[in-house]
Every structure is written in C-alpha cells, then in structure tokens.
Design a protein around this ligand. Sequence first.
Ligand code: UT7
Length: 332
Amino acid sequence: MNKIRAAITGVGGYVPDYVLTNKELETMVETSDEWITSRTGIKERRILKGENKGVSVMGIEAVKDMLAKSKVDPKEIDCVIFATITPDLTFPATANIVATAVGAVNAFSFDVAAACSGFIYALTTGASFIQSGMYKKVIVIGGDKMSAILDYTDRTTCIIFGDGAGCVLLEPTTEEVGVMDAILKSDGSGETYLNLKAGGSRLPASHETIDKRLHYVYQEGAAVYKFAVTNMADVAAQLAERNHLTAETISWLVPHQANKRIIDATASRVGIDESKVMMNIERYGNTTAGTIPLLLWDYEKRLKKGDNLLIAAFGGGFTWGAVYVKWAYNPN
Ligand code: UT7
C-alpha cells in the first residue's frame, strides 16, 4: 500500500484594508522611507483597525476564503490549528473561536505558539495527523495582529511588522505530492533577544509593567539578524540536500518575510534565482505566523502540480525550520 501523505488542497488569505505606509511611519517615529526600504525591503504593511477585533477576525476571513474556493463543507473538518503569538485571549484558544465561527462544528482545535515559525510547526503537526490516518481534513492557519503588541514610539520594531492571516487545507493522498519532509528546530536561549516580557505567568500585568512598556515586542534586531541569516539558510540547505533538491529542481523558495536581506541570503545559499523566490514583504511587512500562508495565497495561481516548494522560517524562541512540499494541484 502506498504511503499516505498530507496534500495541501486549498489556500485562503486575508489582509486588513488599512495600509500603513513608510511615509506615514515617518510622521510617527524618526525614520525614513529610504532607511526602511534599504534595510528591510518593506514599503507598507496592513493594520487591523477597529474596537474588539482580534486576530480571529483575520483567521475567520482566511478560512472562509479557502472553504469557498475549495467547496468543502465545514462540518467535514476534523481539526483546526491556529499558529499565532497574538491570540484573541490568553485562553480559550483562538482556533476554538475560528472553528465555531466558520461552522467547523465537528472539529477539535488548538493554537500553536512558535512566533514566526508557527505556521511551519503547525503545518507539520497537521500533516502528521493526516499521515497517521487519524484525520482526513485539517485546516492550518497562520496569522498575527502584530499591531496589538507593537510600540509605535519604538522605531526599531514598529516599522517591521504588520497584520494578516492565511490558511491551508490538508487532505490525504497516496500520490507523490504533499508535505514530503521537514526539519524543525528551537533554542530557548534566544529568549534574551526577542520577547514580550509581561502579561504571562512570570510577570502578570500591573501598573508597573504598563508604565515600563513591557507589553510590547522587544527585539535586539542586529543579534536576531545574525541568528536568522545563518540558521534559516542552513536549515533550508540541509533539507534540500537530504531530499536531493537542487537549484534546478526547486520550483519555489518560500521564505519567512522578516527582512529582504535575510531572504536574499537564504536564496543565495541554496543557489536559487530571485525569480523563483516568493516575496510580498514590500506590501505586508512581517506578519509573523502569517507570512508563509500569505505567500502561498498570493502565488497560488502560479503554482502547478508537482512543483517543489522549499519553505523556510526563523523567529522568536528561537524557532526555525524548513518544510519540503510538493504542490498537489494546478490553478483553476
Ligand atoms: O521575524 C522574526 C525575527 N526577526 C528578524 O528576523 C529581524 C532581524 N533583524 C533585522 O531585520 C534588522 O536587524 C532590523 C531591520 C531590525 C534593523 O536593521 P539593522 O541593519 O540591523 O540596524 P541596527 O539595529 O544595527 O541599527 C543601525 C542604525 C542604528 O543607529 P546607530 O546606532 O548606528 O546610530 C539604529 O538606531 O539604524 C538605526 N535605526 C533606524 N534608523 C532609522 C534603527 N531603526 C531605525 C529606523 N529608522 N526605523
């Protein structure tokens, strides 16, 4: 009997309407369009505006988009996994909220917190459920409302991130397509360089934590950059090598969108030409767990059955990894 693999059979996405441009950021902090563009490749990012709107708003829209295109009955969904570090609430899980809102009433659901690597961790988890034969339809969502945890007086972080969410549907196949292999890594010593200090069980919210601005993203950018640039490129190269993938046989590099310079370094390490590198950082910035599914959403129409996708990510934790996916369908 042929091995069961988890094929990506549908993609959905959502970005909010509000566009925060580099020009507008120039009016908020001491920065310039020239600095942001040359150091990061970002021109604009989307922001979810409005009262009482959490990341679930974007996750729900992304899943609705995918379900409408795939013509799948939400009652058939077995499991919903939401990768995010900006959940609506500390608990219950945002995946619970999304599953119920989209009508996935027979699914169980949970969140995965692995920062910018969240989507690839969740994708690999969902794929394992399918490969084991336990479940037939798993939705994996990646998204973040980074604007909720950014200090818009800190020019070193607020210019990088944006809001957005994307998702995929996983289903079993016995064809040679789907999630083929993955390498996932983490290193807790990375906590020092990239974190959000307060609001957890170690340092619950208090007047003091608010006064000290400890509920915002803290990042030592240059240190994180050094780890990201080597680890993301190394893991992508390692996964390519063990699957005998070459610059010629890789159809697309799908890199986390943190900084165009990190993307370029990863592409050059794997020997891939820029024309085969998925990129939307200039329009959305870094949407944390949202970047990879939003790339698949943006490029879906250009993907063909059998295309070899090398996905790679690096983020807070530190967490990082790469996933090899063979695309399972042709564009409509
Ligand atoms: O996705 C999760 C993982 N995160 C990452 O992968 C992010 C990795 N890090 C980066 O992408 C980059 O480090 C940043 C984009 C965050 C910063 O770029 P950089 O080239 O590493 O700049 P830097 O932090 O070394 O700062 C260089 C200079 C400093 O000024 P001085 O000390 O040289 O006078 C900063 O104060 O640039 C200054 N600077 C800015 N200037 C204008 C920092 N942010 C800004 C800004 N506008 N927004």
